[in-house]
Design a binder for this molecule. Structure first.
Ligand code: ADP
Length: 365
């Protein structure tokens, strides 16, 4: 099922009513979510992810804009008539019911032509349980299950009515690191097997990148970029997106563009930079992925070391860069060969596709 968001906006009244300043939780969000794909809604806490999901589910009414499921305008439909499955962070299972009864629950209040016999209900519940591989747990109560198992039950319950759209709100946040990894792969497998259009909310960029067909990066209610994870990682639209994706994060420098050359400090670090979509001002901001530094004896960029920490693959270099705005920056670089810790100055080349140049944005600093 294709899901179309059309100029979707949600304002909440601000806390201080006298000031009458609304909180714009979601601002003019338009996106055609392709059928059968897994979309990751990504951004820091408070950026409007859950509100977007709740608008799609119908739990929250939009201030403006419309939502279509395929051809159908569902904007004014209540959640129970939208054909959605919902999964939350806290599983929200009924503790006094068995796993089987929990999964059966959404089937029990179907009306009219949708009504099912007991046998049909049981078959559908078993099928959903099979999909998330919890058949052997059907007689247990939620309290007797691990967090990961509880979340599988919640997913089975969301799937039992074969929803047109599956909505997951931070479904992995209550799980420990190992289970989180396992369950996210599980979600990916189930999504592929069922082909249900799925929208997955998370603040964890690695999580979103690893399972999504496409990610939507949001900040303060505003969509910053939409694209395939690798595409967004390789071509971030702005400094916020560049910073938000990737661990360790990008290193940010002040730079200058002059005659098609990019300078960091007095040193020209890249040549042939005339290929910007928009004309760039002379003063720019340069973001370099950690893997964008290549240690080289005659490298164009010098860096005076004041401390080095080796962290497995990565090396954290605390530098005293005279060219940096901040005299004590911490650059995290991944290098194949380790710097010579004895010498105080090391030299790097920059790998052009790992370097992003943006307008200076004071807000981001
Ligand atoms: P996220 O899911 O990205 O953490 P939310 O969608 O929950 O963000 O919230 C977006 C913004 O809207 C936040 O500023 C939040 O405080 C505000 N907000 C969310 N729900 C309500 C509500 N029911 N009433 C007032 N403000 C809300």
């Amino acid at each position: 099922m294709e899901v179309i968001l059309q100029n979707l906006t949600k304002k909440f009244p601000g806390r201080d009513r006298r000031k009458k300043k609304d909180i714009i939780a979601v601002s003019d969000f338009s996106f055609r979510i392709p059928d059968g794909k897994l979309i990751g809604l990504l951004g820091p806490s408070g950026c409007g992810k859950s509100t977007t999901l709740n608008l799609i589910s119908g739990l929250v009414k939009p201030t403006a804009g419309r939502i279509f499921f395929g051809e159908d305008d569902v904007t004014d439909l209540p959640p129970e008539h939208r054909g959605i499955g919902l999964v939350f962070q806290n599983y929200a299972l009924y503790p006094h019911l068995t796993v089987m009864q929990n999964i059966l629950f959404p089937l029990q209040n179907l009306k009219g032509r949708d009504r099912l016999t007991k046998a049909e209900m049981a078959e559908k519940a078993r099928e959903a349980a099979g999909l998330v591989q919890i058949e052997e747990l059907l007689d247990r109560k939620p309290g007797e299950l691990s967090g990961g198992q509880q979340q599988r039950v919640a997913i089975a319950r969301a799937l039992v009515k074969r929803p047109k759209v599956l909505l997951l709100d931070e479904p992995l946040s209550n799980l420990d690191a190992r289970l989180r990894l396992q369950t996210r792969e599980e979600i990916r497998r189930i999504q592929r097997e069922t082909g249900i259009t799925t929208i997955f909310v998370t603040h964890d960029q690695e999580e979103a990148m690893s399972i999504s067909d496409m990610i939507v990066v949001m900040k303060e209610g505003i969509v910053q970029q939409i694209g395939r994870p690798q595409e967004v990682y390789d071509n971030p639209a702005n400094l916020f997106v560049a910073r938000f994706l990737g661990t360790p994060p990008v290193n940010v420098f002040d730079g200058k563009i002059r005659d098609g050359r990019l300078y960091i400090g007095a040193e020209a670090v890249l040549e042939g930079l005339e290929v910007f979509a928009d004309p760039m001002p002379e003063e720019v901001c340069v973001a370099v992925r950690p893997e964008g530094f290549r240690l080289r004896e005659n490298g164009v960029l010098s860096c005076e070391l004041s401390g080095v920490e080796v962290m497995g693959r990565d090396i954290s270099v605390v530098s005293r860069n005279k060219f940096s705005l901040n005299p004590q920056i911490r650059s995290i670089i991944s290098t194949e060969n380790q710097p010579d810790f004895e010498s105080h100055v090391v030299r790097f080349d920059l790998i052009p596709r790992k370097v992003f140049v943006f307008r200076r944005d004071t807000e981001e600093r």
